[in-house]
Design a protein around this ligand. Structure first.
Ligand code: 5GP
Length: 190
């Protein structure tokens, strides 16, 4: 997606060779026009997959996910990052390792917002090691529902997330694929 690549090149900040900061258009301030285009792009790719809901993780996935849900005209559900709560059996929960914070959190989904007939499109802002996607997939599958695909805004292709998800057979569609952040330079696949 050329529009996204250009914005990444103009506004992205390389923090180190593993992390890109995109606070000015995605992770803090949000460019709604870009989000609308992102929603359309995911719709074009996944439109034949009978998507019933769009899932993401709070908070940075919400902006692209809501615009995508709006194209599909289905609800968007964001999974919450919460402290483990063994007393609550109205939720599905799983532990996820945070890429940026080097900590773990409990990903939580209320049983009210998923059923076994759901066909879920997972959307997230970044794909790095695939931990967030793996946790989301687990909750969807624990509920007996299906993962129809995974849409990623920015994939860091030099980290193992895509390979892991593809090996498990999931359809991963990333709008921008970064091949390197070395020497303070952003390079894309192709
Ligand atoms: P993963 O779970 O695939 O290892 O990492 C994905 C999650 O970590 C994303 O939801 C995103 O919030 C965060 N993340 C991973 N890499 C980056 C990065 O380079 N920049 C920012 N801002 N967030 C990242």
């Amino acid at each position: 997606m050329d529009l996204l690549r250009n914005i990444i090149l103009r506004k992205g900040h390389v923090i180190n060779e593993d992390i890109l900061k995109v606070d000015s258009f995605l992770n803090h301030q949000v460019d709604y026009e870009l989000m609308k285009e992102i929603g359309k792009e995911f719709f074009e790719y996944f439109k034949d997959k009978n998507i019933t809901k769009v899932f993401t993780i709070e908070s940075s996935g919400i902006a692209p996910a809501i615009m995508t849900a709006s194209e599909f005209k289905v609800p968007m559900v964001f999974l919450k990052k919460q402290k483990p709560n063994t007393l609550n059996n109205n939720t599905y929960q799983t532990e996820v390792k945070s890429f940026t914070k080097q900590t773990t959190y409990n990903l939580t989904l209320s049983k009210e917002y998923i059923n076994k007939n759901d066909n879920i499109l997972i959307i997230d802002d970044f794909l790095a090691n695939g931990e967030a996607a793996k946790g989301t997939i687990k909750l969807v599958e624990d509920a007996g529902a299906s993962v129809a695909g995974i849409g990623i805004v920015i994939e860091k292709s030099f980290q193992p997330g895509r390979k892991y998800l593809e090996e498990k057979g999931y359809d991963v569609y990333s709008l921008a694929r970064i091949s390197s952040l070395k020497d303070n330079k952003i390079e894309f696949v192709n």
